[in-house]
Ligand binder design. Structure first.
Ligand SMILES: [Fe+2]
Length: 163
């Protein structure tokens, strides 16, 4: 595929994000299952449900623009998730693994925050106000998840891991 205009670049960003969310649907479930702290498991499960909605949001935006949701596999997300899987097999102590899960989940969230920030900015420049609003909602969900993970790390998980 060749991209020769700004709108096509925006569409390609959204298609990457569909792939990101689809990969995360499974990865977040596996991370929740591997979590020992109930609070961490609940946070990951809640964001997994948000992730499904975020994927639907992206598909509805793409449909509105007459674009296919299936064009890219986001390889950066694939690599980040593979690193997470590797961590599970190396860390044997439950609470230490939870600290590792938070570290991995925050990497994934930061990647999404960057991607949604770009997509929302492009929507704004193209004056697709409704898209911009929807993408901003997803961006805020990613940020809230990131903040919740930071709180969990500070208040229980890392403290228990170091006990
Ligand atoms: Fe997401």
């Amino acid at each position: 595929m060749q991209i020769d205009n700004f709108k096509d670049m925006y569409i390609a960003e959204l298609q990457e994000l569909v792939s990101v969310e689809e990969q995360l649907e499974n990865a977040l479930l596996r991370m929740a299952e591997a979590s020992s702290h109930a609070s961490l498991r609940a946070a990951l499960e809640q964001h997994q449900r948000e992730t499904i909605v975020q994927g639907e949001r992206l598909r509805s935006i793409l449909k509105k623009h007459g674009a296919s949701p299936k064009l890219h596999t986001d390889q950066a997300m694939q690599a980040l998730i593979n690193e997470t899987k590797k961590m599970y097999t190396i860390v044997t102590q439950d609470y230490v693994r939870d600290a590792g899960i938070i570290a991995s989940a925050q990497r994934l969230e930061h990647y999404e925050i960057a991607a949604y920030g770009t997509a929302a900015a492009l929507a704004g420049q193209l004056e697709f106000r409704e898209d911009q609003h929807l993408l901003h909602n997803s961006l805020e969900q990613e940020k809230r998840t990131d903040e919740l993970l930071t709180t969990l790390a500070k208040t229980e998980v890392n403290r228990d891991a170091n006990a």
